[in-house]
Design a protein around this ligand. Structure first.
Ligand SMILES: [Zn+2]
Length: 84
């Protein structure tokens, strides 16, 4: 981890403006979901990537009934015998 060379103040609502140069560099656009991670004393912002609710995979994830599921789990679910 290295400093981005930017210091910003947190406003009274807890907001921080990400500099345009960083948004452009990391392709963050208005409305993009961002996940907040913590590691020790650090707060890390990361582009949100949905994970499969069953296995945690981020590969081939699609939304189904407001949840996320990966292609592998969809394939495995199709192998489950249906009750008559
Ligand atoms: Zn999965």
């Amino acid at each position: 981890m290295k400093p981005a060379g930017v210091v910003r103040k947190v406003d009274q609502l807890g907001r921080i403006v990400l500099p345009k140069s960083l948004r452009k560099r990391y392709q963050m656009n208005e409305g993009d979901p961002v996940e907040i991670l913590v590691q020790g004393d650090h707060i890390i912002l990361e582009r949100y990537r949905p994970k499969c609710v069953f296995c945690g995979s981020m590969e081939e994830v699609s939304e189904f009934k407001e949840r996320y599921i990966c292609g592998q789990c969809v394939t495995e679910m199709n192998l489950i015998p249906k009750n008559a």
